[in-house]
Design a binder for this molecule. Structure first.
Ligand code: AMP
Ligand code: GLY
Length: 432
């Protein structure tokens, strides 16, 4: 089997790692693989965002399956292009990917489908947006409607901060065209949960629930990042919570997308918050989450490759069952100094020999090989996933792995999983 993976971050490294285990005989092609993927795949020298180039490559190489990792090529219609060539691709079409690429569309769809989410208004006019901010008061959340690499949401403690965020977004200084439309919404409170569903357009097979750590600093402080770490499963996600996520969020959203003529085939990511009024949607993504994927896939014992291949070729997940190892996973991201602001690239990385074992997997994200040496090439550089029978064991292994990386100026959060290790309910995490 020949599989093309589009993307080259930590999520795609985890997808490659898992699919390689699912089918050791398969041949994997990856667009500009990072330093950790290089030895395990055939490199395709095309940018993951080069939709035309990738479509042309696939049309001539005819992979049996293409798995599209990042949102940008999905939103730009790569899967539509591959389908037109008769090539199986895992991921939504551009119209279904709007659930992520237009927050205004996602909010409108949720309102129509009765899916619980924060009260909101969408604006293209700056003065109208500011008037609404002033009328609502703070705290309030301002979001760029378009794709902004996970950094487009600003939780504002004051009206002045919100006005600043609106102005920068609508004027295009913060996120270019992605910010010309803004979604302004009520600020919710509560712990967050990432629920991933493999969808066939109508039905969903849920992965274990995971929790991301978006803030850069220990104790969930400082600015939002793409994600500084994650763990799975999550005790808060009891069978009732999972049933609520499926019945009130995932299923009505799939039905509404299908009714809009955009059935969702691929991985639907529901970012949820457990509020005093029940679960509410913070955001949808149209692809696997990063770094949750690096925590989840090492726990999955049944085949992901088979499931994705089935969905890509028009099969159903109605009767699909996903099996899990029963272990706990904690993933700690090692980031370049300065991230999520500006940071330096090209710094040498030393990984101790023999670091990885049954309880520790090191996924690469922003790494590349230059003149035979491993160097940093992104904000999030590596992700150390620790596995264990308890979350404490998994967290200790993950922390130790992150601490043993030698990269000048780098940092990591040593408290990933703190909500879980602080709770008494360690054995309540459930299989969906
Ligand atoms: P998003 O890009 O929409 O996922 O938002 C990034 C992060 O901002 C979320 O994971 C939350 O931590 C926070 N956030 C987004 N929307 C809200 C909201 N309405 N209320 C409170 N926090 C939010
Ligand atoms: N972990 C957040 C994201 O993938 O968007």
């Amino acid at each position: 089997m020949n599989v093309l993976i589009v993307g080259n971050g930590g999520r795609e490294h985890a997808l490659l790692w898992k699919m390689r285990r699912d089918d050791p005989a398969a041949r994997f092609y990856v667009t500009r693989p990072n330093g950790g993927m290089l030895d395990d795949c055939v490199a395709v020298d095309l940018a993951p965002t080069d939709v035309e180039g990738i479509a042309a490559w696939a049309a001539s190489h005819r992979p049996d399956l293409t798995v599209v990792g990042p949102e940008a090529p999905l939103a730009a219609g790569l899967v539509d292009r591959l389908q037109r060539e008769g090539l199986p691709a895992f991921g939504p079409t551009a119209s279904a990917a709007r659930i992520e690429s237009s927050k205004a569309y996602a909010k409108d769809l949720m309102t129509r489908a009765g899916v619980p989410t924060a009260h909101y208004r969408a604006f293209r006019d700056r003065d109208a947006a500011i008037a609404w901010v002033e009328a609502r008061g703070a705290p309030i959340v301002v979001k760029a409607s378009g794709l902004a690499a996970g950094k487009g949401a600003v939780v504002c403690a004051s009206v002045a901060e919100a006005i600043g965020a609106v102005t920068e977004m609508v004027d295009g200084t913060a996120f270019g065209a992605a910010g010309h439309e803004v979604v302004i919404e009520e600020c919710m409170e509560g712990p967050e949960l990432s629920v991933f569903a493999i969808c066939d357009g109508r039905h969903a097979a849920l992965l274990l629930p995971a929790q991301d750590h978006k803030r850069v600093g220990e104790g969930d402080t400082g600015p939002n990042t793409g994600g500084m770490g994650a763990y799975a499963p999550v005790s808060m996600a009891t069978p009732d919570v999972i049933a609520e996520a499926r019945g009130r969020v995932i299923e009505p959203t799939l039905a509404a997308l299908a009714a809009d003529g955009a059935p969702f085939r691929g991985l639907l990511y529901a970012g949820l918050m457990s509020t005093s009024e029940g679960l509410k949607v913070v955001e949808f993504n149209c692809r696997f989450g990063d770094p949750e994927t690096q925590a989840l896939l090492p726990l999955m014992s049944s085949s992901l490759l088979q499931l994705m291949a089935d969905v890509a070729s028009g099969g159903s997940v109605e009767d699909a069952t996903i099996e899990w190892s029963g272990q706990r996973a904690v993933t700690t991201v090692v980031a370049s100094g300065g991230y999520p602001g500006s940071y330096e690239r090209g710094r040498p990385i030393t990984i101790p020999a023999g670091l990885e074992d049954d309880g520790l997997i090191l996924f690469h994200a922003g790494t590349s090989v230059r003149d035979g040496a491993l160097v940093s090439s992104g904000g999030r550089v590596l992700a150390a996933t620790g596995l264990g029978t308890t979350v404490e064991d998994a967290a200790a292994r993950s922390r130790k792995g992150a601490a043993s990386i030698d990269l000048e100026g780098s940092f990591f959060r040593s408290d990933i999983g703190w909500r879980e290790t602080a709770s008494d309910s360690h054995d309540q995490g459930q299989t969906p």
